[in-house]
Every structure is written in structure tokens, then in C-alpha cells.
Design a protein around this ligand. Structure first.
Ligand code: NDP
Ligand code: GDR
Length: 375
């Protein structure tokens, strides 16, 4: 993939002059996305390019390709409006340099060490990227004189509710994070609110509940399950090893959720919004639904670490492995997206069963392709 310098013409006026109002600046339609190589970043890039934006993404230097989720854009005429810049949320100088070059009208901060279990092993790094990284980005916008012009989206998370204080959770539910990731994201949430209140920045938090897709990272539970079901149904894997089967999550489709992010920045005033499906399912239910897609049903027996799932052919296809347990768990999440529905007109369009089916079928298709490749 090419990493290119920006193609967007510089604005005719310095941004801090009175010639630019926030509305006029928004008309530039130039977006800067951190985390563009991730699941959400790639769907957001699709959405913004389709809406005519110039999209600038920050990518990390890696010894191997980390742009596979953007590959479908290369060779597409829209790629002319996509530019990638090397940078990192730990590198203030790079952030200032990129923002001063790009002069964005919208900044989406999706970059993060986003794995909850990993955050227990890399707590300090997670705090630096997910917490302080958000502060660095907000300060870089101010340093470049764009604080009254650029709109800012922060990828906040339902993990901030952690040990939930009310069911369902909405914008007024108190937070009680249960992981270094959740704690770091809580800092990012509040520094976003603080910069909005202190400096009048247009800065909004999207408090997003879990959202998934065929582009989901392979170590998150839904994708781990959809891949394993595909492999098991093709006879290439016998069993999947899972952590807490009782955990309940409010799962939606990532494509719907990036639409919600965009809507938050089009609203006349900055605010904080929950995006959620309004349904909660256990990990066990996700596994059952995934096996249904390939025509198998699962019977459960045993309990705790000895619980197993057996398919209708009599094969043990699910076992519990305590290695995947977390030092502290978020047991049950269920979101209320009433505010986003009323204020932004946002509603999720993909049901739980449709999501599971899309993910399993996509993994079946790529697994079959690999089999054919090997033959
Ligand atoms: P992913 O893990 O798929 O993507 C994370 C992105 O952040 C990747 O592009 C990654 O780059 C980048 N990144 C990691 N570390 C750094 C760093 N130090 N500097 C700059 N970029 C970095 O996450 P999702 O797409 O699923 O989530 C997007 C955001 O939304 C994250 O902030 C996540 O915490 C948050 N969120 C996600 C939810 C979900 O259910 N998906 C729910 C609520 C919030 P690389 O590809 O090089 O690793
Ligand atoms: P989560 O997502 O922690 O909610 O964070 P994940 O898919 O990792 O876990 C969901 C639940 O499933 C349980 N679980 C397992 N999880 C994983 N990864 N692997 C397993 O084998 C397994 N077995 C059971 C977990 O214990 C947990 O309860 C995601 C991330 O995208 C965050 O960045 C985001 O902020 C939140 O969603 C909302």
C-alpha cells in the first residue's frame, strides 16, 4: 500500500482567522482518523469516502502489512481521496505535524490498544495510548489553532460501565470500569468532556457497546467463535477453547455504529451518546447461534471449568480454558440508545442472528478459499 502525502489543497486562509466559522470549516469535509487500520476505522473510511470526504488516516509502522482492512479501497477511484500518514498516539510531534498538514474539519479518535484482556498485561501502555493519547490528540488540535473549528469524536466504550450500576445503561449511568482498558478509556472520556467545557471545543463521546463484523480482530470473542465454527464445520479443527461463557454483551454490527459516529459530528452541538442494540446475549448463546448457521445444535453439560459443548454428531466442540478468564470481569452489558435514536435518528439495522450469520458465512468463505488454495 502506498503512503501518500495529502492531496487536499490547503485552505485559502489560516484557520484561526475570522474568515472561518465552524460551519464553513465543516464544509471542507476533510477527516482525520486514528486507528484507520482497525475494524471501525476501515468501515468509517468506507462511509466517509462514499460521502465525498478526503480521508487521512494515521497508521503505525509495522514490520508486516497492517493495512489489510483497507485493501479493498486500493484500485478504487475513491483511493485518490485517501491518504495514510505514519504516526502514533504516543508521539505528540507526529500528531501535531499531521494535523498541521491535514487541517481536518473532523477528527475521529479510534486508535487504541483495544483488547481488554491484553490491557491487564500491558496496563501502562494501554493507559498511555488510550488515555494520554487522547489528551495528546486534543492538545495537538489546539496547538494547530483548530480548537474552534475541527470537530472531535472520541471512541468511548461500554467497558466504562464495568460493574454495572443500573440496567440498561445510558448516558446517565455511573461508570465503574473493571480493567486497565476501561480505566484508561474513562480518562479519555472525561478529558474529552473537559476540553469541550473548558475550551468550547466540539468534542463528542460515542459510548459504544460491542460491535462486530467479518473485519473484527480474531482474538475478540465473536470472531474467535465464527472462525472456529467455520474450521470445525470443514473438519479442520476439533474443538474451541473458551473463557467465561456466561458473560453477556450487547452486540451490534460495526457498519451501523460508524454511521452513528458520523451522525454525532453532524449534530449542531457536541454531546455524548450511547450506541447499542438494546439486546444482550451470552457468549454461550453466540456459540449456539454460530453453530446453527452450519446446521448443528449444541448441548451443554458439566459446569464451570468442566463445562463442555457437544454437537449433534456427538463431538465435544467447546471446552472451557481458564487461560481466557480475566482478573476482573464485566458480566453483563445492555445499552439504551434512546438518546441517539431521538436526537440523531440513529437505529441499528442488523439483528443478532443476522450478525452471527454474516460472520460465520464470511469465515466459511475464506476458510474454503484457503482449502482450495492448499489443494
Ligand atoms: P481495533 O483493535 O480493530 O483497531 C484499533 C486501531 O488502533 C488499529 O488501527 C490500531 O493499529 C490502532 N492503534 C493501536 N495502537 C495505536 C497507537 N499507539 N497509536 C495509533 N494507533 C494505534 O479496534 P476497533 O476498530 O474495534 O475499535 C475502534 C475504537 O473503538 C477503539 O478505540 C476501541 O477501543 C473503541 N471501541 C470499540 C468497540 C468495539 O466493540 N469494537 C466498542 C467501544 C469502543 P494497528 O492496526 O497497527 O494495530
Ligand atoms: P470485550 O470483548 O472485552 O467486551 O471488549 P471480547 O470479545 O474480548 O470479550 C467479550 C466477552 O467474552 C468473554 N470471553 C472471551 N473473550 C475473548 N476475547 N476470548 C475468549 O476466548 C473468551 N471467552 C469468553 C470475555 O471474558 C468477555 O466477557 C470489546 C473490545 O472491542 C473493546 O475495545 C470495547 O471497548 C468493548 O468490546 C465494548
Amino acid at each position: 500500500p502506498r503512503v501518500r502525502t495529502p492531496t487536499v489543497p490547503r485552505p485559502a486562509f489560516a484557520p484561526h482567522t475570522a474568515d472561518w466559522t465552524r460551519e464553513a470549516w465543516a464544509g471542507r469535509k476533510v477527516a482525520l482518523v486514528t486507528g484507520i487500520t482497525g475494524q471501525d476505522g476501515s468501515y468509517l473510511a468506507d462511509l466517509l469516502l462514499a460521502k465525498g470526504y478526503h480521508v487521512h488516516g494515521i497508521i503505525r509502522r509495522s514490520s508486516s502489512f497492517n493495512t489489510s482492512r483497507l485493501h479493498h479501497l486500493f484500485g478504487n477511484e475513491r483511493v485518490e481521496r485517501l491518504a495514510l500518514h505514519y504516526g502514533d498516539l504516543t508521539d505528540t510531534t507526529a500528531l501535531v505535524h499531521i494535523i498541521s498538514q491535514v487541517q481536518p474539519s473532523e477528527v475521529y479518535n479510534l486508535g487504541a490498544q483495544s483488547h481488554v484482556k491484553v490491557s491487564f498485561e500491558m496496563a501502562q501502555y494501554t493507559a498511555d495510548v488510550d488515555g494520554t493519547g487522547t489528551l495528546r490528540l486534543l492538545d495537538a488540535i489546539r496547538t494547530c489553532g483548530l480548537d474552534q473549528l475541527a470537530k472531535f469524536y472520541q471512541a468511548s466504550t461500554s467497558e466504562m460501565y464495568g460493574q454495572v450500576q443500573a440496567v440498561p445503561q445510558d448516558e446517565d449511568t455511573p461508570f465503574y470500569p473493571r480493567s486497565p482498558y476501561g480505566v484508561a478509556k474513562l480518562y479519555a472520556y472525561w478529558i474529552t468532556v473537559n476540553y469541550r467545557e473548558s475550551y468550547g471545543m466540539f468534542a463528542s463521546n460515542g459510548i459504544l457497546f460491542n460491535h462486530e463484523s467479518p473485519r473484527r480482530g480474531r482474538t475478540f470473542v465473536t470472531r474467535k467463535i465464527s472462525r472456529a465454527v467455520a474450521e470445525i464445520s470443514l473438519g479442520r479443527q476439533e474443538c474451541m477453547y473458551m473463557g467465561n461463557l456466561d458473560a453477556m454483551r450487547d452486540w451490534g454490527h460495526a457498519r451501523d455504529y460508524v454511521e452513528g459516529m458520523w451522525r454525532m459530528l453532524q449534530h449542531p452541538t457536541a454531546s455524548d451518546f450511547v450506541l447499542a442494540s438494546g439486546e444482550s446475549h451470552s457468549v454461550r448463546e453466540f456459540i449456539e447461534a454460530a453453530f446453527r448457521v452450519v446446521g448443528r445444535s449444541i448441548a451443554w453439560s458439566g459446569a464451570g471449568v468442566d463445562e463442555v459443548g457437544t454437537d449433534d454428531l456427538g463431538n465435544v466442540v467447546v471446552r472451557v480454558d481458564p487461560r481466557y478468564f480475566r482478573p476482573a470481569e464485566v458480566e453483563r452489558l445492555l445499552g439504551d440508545a434512546g438518546k441517539a435514536r431521538t436526537v440523531l435518528g440513529w437505529t441499528p439495522t442488523v439483528s443478532f442472528d443476522q450478525l452471527v450469520e454474516e460472520m460465520v458465512l464470511a469465515d466459511m468463505a475464506s476458510a474454503k478459499y484457503l482449502v482450495e488454495d492448499l489443494n
